[in-house]
Design a protein around this ligand. Structure first.
Ligand code: ATP
Ligand code: MG
Length: 398
């Protein structure tokens, strides 16, 4: 077993010693078999949450109503979830009520795909009730049970199918794919935030072309915010030079390809319910990318973008094969006279104390001009030069 499991094995042993069952489940088992990096370990158990809490000194109720208790052990938290079934699916969304059960099989049956429905004992023995291991070998995303039923229960699973196709570079099983085609409109019932998470993971997968192809061929894209009329742009995106690394890069690649710019992108990303911080980041990288594509990058464009947006724009330029000398731009950024407004050798307080200007809009404009002059290299960033520039600028502004 990969080393990451070692500290968690005693937890399973403790639960088993108390007469319950406990397994590693979901992504961590799949990724172990695939020899892929494992980012978190999930545990499933026949013990009810109260029973789990009795067995360990330190636990946190992270989602106790869904059966999840976090066991704290030597500074690491392990999410432990009681075997459960999800009953009474309404509105094609994840149910809000769950029933705890004592049977592993019941728990594995409610999982989305065979490759995600694997369990593993403390000793590494795999429990595989739906031939998930066979599908891992065949590189197949296949629904557990009848795909139509499973997508009717929870329409998000359709989006998860295309995201795993991208993440793992797997094919979607034909029956599962047909199920998605038939039920694609149900995606509209799902909270946008949940669709967003899966779509971002699709764009950040090993082979987004596969995820996008699935999104297009099933018509799922039509039920994603703002994508309905963009089949051709999405097809173009399939041919990009994947993969990508950053979330900001993912949304920038998408929106650039859709023909959005720093002015128009806000509305689109708001519809996807992205954070304001992410929207700002994408706006900045789109703006810089436009300058790069138009061969109009100057010091001011680099300063306004900042380091993070520069890195994002360069990542995106590579994926979209927009020609750019990345080394040169990084160097220009590093050698900017200032990289931050605070580095300007003069500030508003100094201007007022020197009696050059009064507080107000004029002062703001003046500082802006001084800053631009420094960034563009027409004024040196020292007090003497900035003071004489101030005099010149105030005369001009009067
Ligand atoms: P990743 O490594 O990308 O996080 P993961 O398999 O851990 O992949 P999660 O979204 O973290 O994916 O979900 C954990 C597990 O919970 C899945 O492996 C699957 O067994 C189950 N699961 C998650 N979402 C659903 C769903 N909508 N329907 C059924 N089962 C689900
Ligand atoms: Mg996970």
């Amino acid at each position: 077993l990969p080393a990451i499991f070692e500290p968690a094995r005693p937890i399973l042993a403790t639960i088993e010693k108390a007469g319950f069952e406990a397994y590693f489940v979901g992504g961590c088992v799949r990724d172990t078999i695939l020899n892929d990096p494992i980012h978190d370990i999930d545990i499933a158990t026949s013990a009810y949450p109260a029973e789990v809490k009795q067995l360990f000194k330190r636990t946190v109720d992270t989602g106790i109503e869904h059966g999840t208790v976090m066991i704290l052990d030597h500074g690491t938290g392990y999410e432990t979830t009681t075997f459960r079934t999800e009953s009474g699916y309404q509105d094609y969304r994840r149910p809000d009520s769950v029933t705890f059960v004592r049977s592993l099989e019941e728990d594995l049956k409610r999982r989305d795909f065979t490759i995600n429905a694997l369990a593993m004992k403390e000793n590494g023995a795999v429990v595989d009730l739906f031939d998930g291991q066979g599908d891992l070998k065949r590189h197949l995303i296949r629904a557990v049970g009848d795909p139509n039923e499973r997508f009717l229960e929870d329409a998000l699973r359709m989006m998860r199918a295309v995201r795993f196709a991208s993440k793992l570079d797997f094919t979607i099983d034909p029956q599962t794919l047909a199920g998605i085609k038939d039920h694609a409109p149900l995606l509209a019932k799902i909270a946008v935030e949940r669709v967003q998470v899966e779509f971002e993971k699709l764009l950040l997968g090993q082979n987004p072309a596969r995820g996008l192809a699935g999104l297009i061929s099933t018509g799922l894209y039509q039920y994603c915010p703002g994508l309905k009329d963009h089949q051709i742009a999405l097809e173009k995106l399939e041919a990009a030079n994947w993969p990508l690394k950053s979330s900001a890069g993912a949304w920038t690649v998408l929106t650039w390809t859709l023909g959005l710019n720093s002015q128009t992108v806000g509305k689109f990303l708001k519809a996807w319910k992205l954070s304001n911080q992410m929207i700002k980041a994408v706006q900045k990288s789109l703006k810089l990318l436009a300058a790069i594509a138009g061969d109009q990058v100057d010091n001011l464009a680099l300063f306004n973008a900042g380091k993070a947006a520069l890195d994002t724009a360069l990542e995106v330029a590579q994926v979209l094969e927009i020609p750019v000398d990345a080394v040169q731009l990084q160097k220009e950024y590093q050698t900017l006279p200032i990289q931050d407004s605070h580095q300007l050798a003069i500030n508003g307080k100094m201007l007022i104390e020197a009696g050059v200007v009064k507080p107000g809009p004029t002062m703001g404009k003046l500082l802006q001009r001084l800053q631009t002059a420094v960034i563009m290299g027409t004024v040196e960033n020292n007090l003497a030069d900035l003071t004489s520039a101030t005099k010149k600028f105030t005369e001009e502004m009067e």
